[in-house]
Design a protein around this ligand. Sequence first.
Ligand code: SF4
Ligand code: SF4
Length: 248
Amino acid sequence: MRKQIKFQCMIDCSSLCCGGATILTLKELNRLYRFFPVTIGFRKIFPLNSDHKAYIEEIAIKFRNFYIIGDFVAGNRLKKRCQMLKNFLCSINSFKPLQCSVIPFSVTFPEELQNLVIAKKRQGAFKSCKGFHDDAKLVWDVEFTDKELRENFYKLRQNFIFQRSIMEKIFFKFENNPFLKKLMQSEEGLFEVPIISDFIDEICGFASIDKKEFIKVQKSLFIRELTVGGVKNSLFIDALNALESVKI
Ligand code: SF4
Ligand code: SF4
């Protein structure tokens, strides 16, 4: 199935794609940890074909008969809007996460399969996205035709490759967690965990962040976001406890 993709982002529908949380990579933590409370998310991926399998093997963890992608989750899933969204505009636009720069495309699929990503998204979360129209710029024709989009896509992929081994170590720490077992039984979904104390040193080291400062800033962000609409975010309570337990 070959189909060109024409896309031009329209800001007035940004509340659709700028939900409560976005994705960060280890290499981006340094410039973005002051803006978002950060946790870790694992997603299940079933390759569509042998090309997809070869592509995914470099960025994902092989687990049973599927793959797991690990990333950093920035923000609060209990909220409907990203905290950085102000008057339909991203207030950190010039250094927003790479993930936000490749939306609605997905780095978990190779460049040549992006038409399948878009077809699926347009049936779901991006059904009302106004960016796809005939007068929009041609951005994909079996490969990305938009230079900036292509660069961001491969930068993001490289970041996933870079963090793969630490994500694998963290993932296997949770192998027997009941919520992970639930994800294993479902078709798709997200298994989200706090940055546990065992890995703070390593993460801060790789990201060149001062550990003391990271803990101080993250604690205040988790406290600020702990309750949304009267509901306590239990993941954030765990994240706070994990930070409290780190010896400085
Ligand atoms: S056009 Fe699509 S990607 Fe752009 S802001 Fe609207 S919903 Fe988001
Ligand atoms: S960081 Fe900016 S682009 Fe990304 S979800 Fe938040 S408001 Fe949207």
